[in-house]
Design a protein around this ligand. Structure first.
Ligand code: ADE
Ligand code: ZN
Length: 351
């Protein structure tokens, strides 16, 4: 492991905020802030079932993943036309650039929207146009991962895949999201095999609320390259060994885990334990409009709660670039940006 000069606790939040990083686990529908939700509702002649932004935000208290998914799903009803998807993604991309995210891989789903009568190509074209603009106007590279909804059937996932295929070039990967318990990865074995044959990169949520067995089957049955969340892996020593041996990245979302009560407090989060075990963990925001913060807020709050250091920060940023689905030369550029940042971020030289 690369050894770095220590950075004082006082300078750590600034280092975390300015540090170049990639975000690999965020759902674009979960970045829809109440202000934009109300604006899109007004533009589309719809109403949000809350009197104002503040009362909507006050409703964001969850006891588990399902309670969150119900509210999250209701929020997507304001998204009707391509420009809505563009505006939502553009708002996130600007926030990400402000947090010094250099590369982001955005989750979205089409099944929620086709269920409301919005065609898959409307969703994909709006999001993709924002990604193209992010590269041109913000210098931020962004790609799209289509997630199947695991509470629906595999036949419905096949349908979503078919609908997306004419826009194949606008997508980098396929993922699996929504209600985890009772919907193990193997339910989607055939559709993931098809996606793999089509050269999609593969990821899946596993071990957020679900057991280590779901992580095993995401790896062995779906053959995914990354595990989204994966925090339950630490309950299974053989699984830890496997994840370390194969350098399988885990896209961890600490504020999400706190808000959905996967851990009672941030101080009890196992991110530090994951890094100590040699797991390729990364830090991400999941659904930042609902969980109290974007990626830098996840970094600063978690580091404060767990007493993590600049050494851990470097490892997490390095992991985020290494785990990304960009090509080797683009990866090298991002790693170099991180090294250059650490070379120059020296409070001694700055004072
Ligand atoms: N969809 C949006 N956020 C999610 C999460 N944390 N887990 C599963 N599905 C999701
Ligand atoms: Zn997620």
């Amino acid at each position: 492991m690369k050894l770095l000069k220590p950075v004082s606790v006082e300078h750590l939040p600034e280092l975390l905020r300015r540090m170049p990083k990639a975000e690999l686990h965020m759902h674009i529908e979960g970045s829809l802030e109440p202000e934009l939700m109300f604006a899109l509702a007004a533009r589309n002649g719809l109403t949000v079932p809350y009197p104002d932004v503040e009362s909507l935000r006050r409703a964001y208290v969850f006891n588990n993943l399902q309670e969150f998914l119900d509210i999250y799903h209701a929020g997507t009803l304001v998204l009707r036309v391509e420009q809505d998807f563009y505006d939502m993604a553009w708002a996130y991309l600007q926030r990400a650039a402000a947090d010094n995210v250099l590369h982001t891989e955005i989750f979205f789903d089409t099944q929620t929207h086709t269920g409301h009568g919005v065609a898959a190509d409307v969703v994909i074209n709006g999001l993709h146009r924002a990604c193209v603009d992010a590269q041109a106007k913000l210098g931020l590279s962004a790609s799209l991962i289509l997630c199947f909804l695991r509470h629906l059937s595999e036949a419905q996932a096949f349908e979503a895949l078919e609908q997306a295929l004419p826009l194949r070039e606008k997508l980098v990967g396929i993922g699996l999201a929504s209600s985890e318990l009772g919907h193990p990865p193997e339910k989607f074995a055939k559709v993931f095999a098809k996606a793999r044959a089509l050269d999609f990169r593969l990821v899946a949520h596993a071990g957020e609320e679900g057991p280590p067995a779901y992580i095993w089957s995401a790896l062995d049955v779906l053959r995914v390259e990354r595990i989204d969340h994966g925090v339950q892996a630490l309950r299974d020593p053989a699984l830890i060994q496997r994840l370390v041996r194969d350098k399988v990245p885990l896209t961890v979302c600490p504020l999400s885990n706190l808000k959905l009560r996967v851990f009672p407090t941030l101080a009890q989060h196992n991110l530090g334990g994951m890094l100590d075990a040699g797991l390729v963990a990364t830090v991400n925001s999941d659904d930042p409009a609902y969980f109290g913060g974007y990626i830098n807020e996840n970094f600063t709050q978690t580091f404060a709660a767990l007493g993590l250091t600049a050494q851990h920060a470097w490892q997490l940023a390095h992991n985020s670039f290494e785990a990304s689905f960009i090509d080797a030369s683009a990866k090298r550029v991002l790693h170099d940006r991180l090294e250059a940042f650490y070379e120059t971020f020296d409070p001694i030289f700055r004072s």
